[in-house]
Design a protein around this ligand. Structure first.
Ligand SMILES: CSC[C@H]1O[C@H](OP(=O)(O)O)[C@H](O)[C@@H]1O
Length: 349
């Protein structure tokens, strides 16, 4: 992978363990700004406002977050410590509901506390730091394995469409949906990636186009409503997307618009791949209907709240003014002369 991308540190713990340091993704692609989070409120706000986002990245941020908070708990007994720990856990868990990695990481951190009740508070705090680092390390290893596994399904030169951002910026490093793209780049596969801008928050335009361009990957930004046109042109041979929560039956919650891309891919006979770590699988969720879907503020649709650029300088963009809907997808054509049903013979109108 182009070293430029590894320069972006999505989420990390400060050396002294007092802060969670994140790349503020609401400032991208205009500025690379790192911010330090010192409290549960800072972490909650960063997760809710998508300063750090992506299921694995959210889980790692929460694990680091509850660790830095555990250092500040003034408690000389286990019970007092555990009670405050649970308060912080419940608070951080309330930031966003859909990505299972958030609660899964917090549950892992709580298990450290409950399985070491005989230890001193300082000992437990040290174990919490180790667990938070393990969560990050495991994610980085999982992302690389995801890349290897998916690359076995892809061929050099393929056109690949992706939706939202499930890349380096959504995880510890490397990405999930973009992991095979980076691995392919390292091996000269020459993939051509089409990135859906992904309204309303534009993670595709602001983040995926940004990180792929920075990594030297051939990326073309498209509006969400152009996915059908590029598929119909034969420019896409595979779709790769991330996931926020995968139910026991495989139903997958991912960024809004993903299901529409899946329908298009099925229509055009294009394989549609969901990529994610097992930490994003929730076996307690029997199916997609039981996944809580986050609903965010309407102004994210009505106001372009990101003052900076919507996409990186110089990124390629495909901007067809129209596309063609094939007749076999049209139920009827209605004119002033009447209603025509398939098979259409327009001369009959
Ligand atoms: C690797 S998980 C990426 C996943 O998370 C994104 O959601 P958000 O940006 O709101 O955190 C999106 O659904 C991505 O596919």
């Amino acid at each position: 992978m182009n070293t430029n991308i590894t320069d972006l540190k999505t989420v990390r713990l400060s050396q002294d363990g007092s802060a969670v340091i994140i790349l503020d993704q609401t400032r991208l692609p205009g500025s690379e700004v790192y911010i330090s989070l010192f409290s549960a409120e800072d972490v909650w706000d960063a997760i809710y406002k998508l300063k750090v986002r992506g299921a694995p990245a959210i889980g790692i941020a929460a694990a680091y977050g509850i660790y830095i908070c555990s250092r500040l708990i003034a408690a000389d007994t286990y019970d007092v410590f555990y009670r405050e720990f649970l308060r912080v856990k419940d608070y951080l868990a309330s930031s966003r509901p859909t990505a299972v990695n958030l609660i899964a990481a917090l549950n892992r951190m709580e298990k450290v506390v409950t399985t070491h009740a005989e230890g001193s508070v300082p000992e437990i705090v040290q174990l919490l730091r180790a667990e938070s680092e393990a969560i990050r390390t495991e994610d980085a290893a999982a992302c690389r394995r995801i890349g290897e596994n998916c690359l076995s399904l892809l061929r050099p030169g393929m056109g690949i469409l992706t939706h939202c951002n499930a890349g380096h910026l959504a995880v510890s490093e490397y990405g999930t949906a973009l992991a095979p793209v980076y691995l392919g780049e390292e091996r000269g596969y020459g993939f051509k990636v089409f990135a859906d801008e992904t309204r309303p928050l534009l993670q595709g335009a602001r983040l995926t186009a940004y990180e792929l361009q920075k990594a030297g990957v051939d990326v073309t930004l498209i509006c969400d409503n152009m996915a059908s046109a590029v598929m119909r042109k034969g420019w896409v041979q595979a779709v790769v997307v991330g996931c926020d929560r995968v139910a026991a039956n495989g139903d997958t919650a991912n960024k809004i618009g993903t299901s529409g891309v899946a329908i298009l891919a099925r229509h055009y006979g294009i394989p549609f791949y969901v990529l994610g770590p097992t930490s994003t699988i929730d076996l307690n969720c029997p199916d997609g209907e039981s996944i809580e879907i986050e609903e965010r503020h309407p102004e994210e649709i009505t106001d372009m709240w990101y003052a900076s650029r919507m996409a990186p300088e110089g990124v390629k963009a495909y901007n067809p003014a129209f596309d063609v809907t094939p007749h076999d997808l049209i139920t009827a054509i209605i004119t002033e002369k009447g209603i025509a049903y398939p098979p259409f013979r327009m001369e009959d109108l």
